[in-house]
Design a protein around this ligand. Sequence first.
Ligand SMILES: [Zn+2]
Length: 273
Amino acid sequence: MNSQVRLNGRYYSVNDRGTIDVTERYNTDQYMRGGPAAWAIEEPMPEVTGIMVHHWAGWFGPVLNSYASPELELQRLDALADFHSTAWGIGPGYNLVAFPSGRLWAVGKHGTHRAHTKGRRPLSAPPDGPRMKWNYVGRAVVAAGNWQDEEPPQLLVDALRDGVQEIRSWPGVSPTANVYAHRNVPTVSMNGTLLNQATLCPGEKLLPHMNIIAGVGGRTPEAGIPEVSGDAMLALLDEHDAALDDVVAGMSEIRDAVVKLRGARVKMQGLLL
Ligand SMILES: [Zn+2]
């Protein structure tokens, strides 16, 4: 069930994952040079075989913290859209944006050409498929901020992971689509010459989190719940019992202290009379 959020007087839909859909805000003549239709990927859409993880480095102002308002984040998204549409005629160049607040925004429509990863995927002729532009057969989630030197907050990493899952849920996305850090995207030119992405994107400090973002291994909600044997469970309950004893002991200390305070108050009253 989608719900809605009202931002600056306009309503946007929010899906079960919490993703705020502002794709219509940017799917306009203002942000898509020559109009949105010029950037539609013709049907049948080629299978999506790559999911790219980016950061937007130092652009669009200082990194927002975990308490940023949605309105402030939307302001940054507008700046991103303005910049990309001026530079490449399509803004924003990414599909999804994740913020340190944990908020995830859909900014670029699935099924439209974007501008996030240069070159083509290095597949040769059929049956492997032609060398398609990554901006056609890749979808991109970007981490707001610069994660080259700074440690990304957990909420941001989680939002990126949600972004990857969001993309995996879209029609036409291969179940085996790889998740790439932008700098590691294998790329060729039109004639098959290897190209280097030549970027530090998505930042050195985000790289160790790529497995989690891709949803392979690492920390997952399931991994947080260990299997527990009967004996271990009893030991755990004993521990809890001991902890409860501590609480009870603590409470009686507090009660004693309250009794003493009351006594002191009575004495004070006696002195004041
Ligand atoms: Zn990038």
